[in-house]
Design a protein around this ligand. Structure first.
Ligand code: PGA
Length: 245
C-alpha cells in the first residue's frame, strides 16, 4: 500500500456534452469517503465547452478543472476560434495540458509550446507539460535525446517551474493498450527527473484498471494522465483505488 501523493488527471479529449457531467457525481461521492483522498490530486480536463459547468459541479469537492490546450497570447485578440489561458482561468480552470502529442502531431512546435507554457504560468494556470517519443524514435533508440530536446526547448526561460508537472506519454502508448516495460519506464522517468530538478513526473498512455497494478509499483511515478479510461467513472475510481491498495 502506498501513501504517496499522486496525481490523477482525466483527459477527456474531444468527448462529452453537458449530460456527461452526471458521471462526475459518482467520483465526487467516492472521493468523500475514500480514506486516501488527501493523498490525491484529482484534475479533470474536459473540452472547453464543459469547463465552466464542470467547475460549478465540482465546487466543494476534491476535484479541480483544467483545459486541454490554450492559445499562446495573454491578451484578447483577433484569433478566430482560439481561447487563451486568461479566459480559461476566468471560467474556473486551474490547470492546462500543453504539448500533448495529438497537438504536436497537428503542428505544434517545441517553440510554440514554450510560449504557451510561459503565458499559461504567467496567467496563474498550472501546466501539465506532455512529452514523449514516437514509435519510430523508440526503435531508433533516441528516446532520451527526443525527451531532452522537448524538455530543453519547452521549458526554456520558464520561471515558475513549481507550477509545472511533466507527463511522460510515449506516443506509441496512447490509446493503443500497450504500455512500456516497467524497467524502461522507471529509467525514463529517472532520466527526466535528473534533467529537470524537483519536478513531478506522471505517466500517461493506456492507463487502465488492469495495468495500474503494474504501473503503481514503479516508485518514481508521481501520478497518471488518463485518457480513454477517465471517461468511465467506474474505471477512473478503480484506478485510484488500486493505486493505494
Ligand atoms: P489514453 O490517453 O489513456 O487513452 O491512452 C492518454 C492521453 O492521451 O493523455
Amino acid at each position: 500500500m502506498t501513501n504517496k501523493y499522486m496525481y490523477f488527471i482525466a483527459n477527456w479529449k474531444m468527448f462529452g456534452g453537458l449530460s456527461t457531467l452526471n458521471s462526475l457525481t459518482k467520483v465526487i461521492k467516492f472521493l468523500k469517503i475514500f480514506k486516501k483522498s488527501k493523498n490525491t490530486k484529482i484534475i479533470y480536463c474536459p473540452p472547453n465547452t464543459l469547463i465552466h459547468p464542470m467547475f460549478k459541479k465540482i465546487m466543494n469537492s476534491k476535484i479541480q478543472v483544467g483545459a486541454q490546450n490554450c492559445h499562446e497570447s495573454l491578451t484578447y485578440g483577433a484569433s478566430t476560434g482560439s481561447i487563451n489561458s486568461t479566459m480559461l482561468k476566468n471560467v474556473g480552470a486551474k490547470y492546462v495540458i500543453l504539448g500533448h502529442s495529438e497537438n504536436r502531431e497537428s503542428g505544434e512546435t517545441d517553440k510554440l509550446i514554450n510560449t504557451k507554457i510561459k503565458a499559461a504560468t504567467k496567467s496563474g494556470l498550472k501546466v501539465i507539460f506532455c512529452i514523449g517519443e514516437t514509435l519510430g524514435q523508440k526503435r531508433k533508440k533516441i528516446t532520451n535525446k527526443i525527451l531532452l530536446k522537448q524538455i530543453t526547448l519547452g521549458l526554456q526561460k520558464v520561471k515558475r517551474r513549481k507550477n509545472i508537472v511533466i507527463a511522460y506519454e510515449p506516443v506509441w502508448s496512447i490509446g493503443t493498450g500497450v504500455i512500456p516495460k516497467s524497467d524502461d519506464l522507471f529509467k525514463t522517468i529517472n532520466f527526466i527527473k535528473k534533467k529537470v530538478k524537483n519536478i513531478k513526473v506522471l505517466y500517461g498512455g493506456s492507463v487502465n484498471p488492469k495495468n495500474i497494478n503494474e504501473l503503481k509499483l514503479i516508485k518514481n511515478i508521481d501520478g497518471f494522465l488518463i485518457g480513454g479510461a477517465s471517461q468511465d467513472p467506474k474505471k477512473f475510481i478503480d484506478i485510484i483505488k488500486k493505486t493505494y491498495n
